[in-house]
Ligand binder design. Structure first.
Ligand SMILES: C[S@@+](CC[C@H](N)C(=O)[O-])C[C@H]1O[C@@H](n2cnc3c(N)ncnc32)[C@H](O)[C@@H]1O
Length: 188
């Protein structure tokens, strides 16, 4: 079959498939409509745990329904809380943390992620990762707040000590300034 270079979301999923094993604990920092939460529930299996966060009750409800229909709701702890409160809720090391920044597709575009809270959550996520655990972030610089958030995120991640973390940055260089980008950080 022909090999096709894939975009940010696909790369994020590929990394998670490699990094997450049955029985692991993981975090979905932006549950939205629950697609990533469901994917993580499948990866961790029956013995695993997925902690998921969103500030919108509708996102939590959409995710709850999606997981229930798939029969995996028991693997997840869903919090209607900002991901900046991750450290208070997650008390065990995790093999992956996922952020899909921006707004809820089909929802209110004014409820988007913001750098001030994203920064605190990314900081907590880095501390929660177990050795070889990964932090995967999809960023969307195609709108003003998304661009600001991506810029600040890049500065933060570029300054992580290489003895402690490896940082990867993926984007299609010729896809225009608003194209999605994927950041992957692995704890050494
Ligand atoms: C692009 S969507 C996520 C899509 C989701 N991963 C999925 O699979 O459907 C971004 C989500 O981040 C949420 N969000 C915004 N600020 C947040 C915060 N401080 N903490 C957690 N979630 C937040 C929004 O409500 C929105 O649902």
């Amino acid at each position: 079959m022909a090999y096709v270079l894939k975009s940010a979301r696909y790369l994020a999923a590929d990394i998670l498939r490699q990094a997450v094993a049955p029985g692991d604990a993981v975090v979905d920092a932006t549950m939205g409509n629950g697609y990533d939460t469901l994917f993580l529930c499948e990866l961790v299996g029956e013995a695993g745990r997925v902690y998921a966060f969103d500030v919108q009750p509708q996102a939590v409800e959409n995710t709850r329904q999606r997981l229930a229909e798939a029969g995996v709701l028991g693997r997840a702890a869903l919090f209607c809380l900002g991901h900046e409160q991750m450290a208070e809720q997650v008390k065990e090391p995790v093999s992956a943390v996922v952020f899909n920044l921006g707004w809820l597709p089909g929802g209110d575009h004014s409820v988007t992620t913001h750098w001030e809270t994203t920064r605190r959550a990314v900081d907590s996520a880095l501390k929660l990762l177990k050795p070889l655990g990964v932090l995967v972030i999809c960023a969307y610089p195609g709108h003003a707040e998304g661009d600001r958030e991506r810029q600040a995120l890049m500065e933060m991640l570029a300054n992580l000590p290489p003895q402690a973390y490896n940082v990867l940055w993926h984007k299609f260089l010729n896809a225009g300034p608003g194209a999605p980008e994927c950041f992957a950080v692995q704890r050494q």
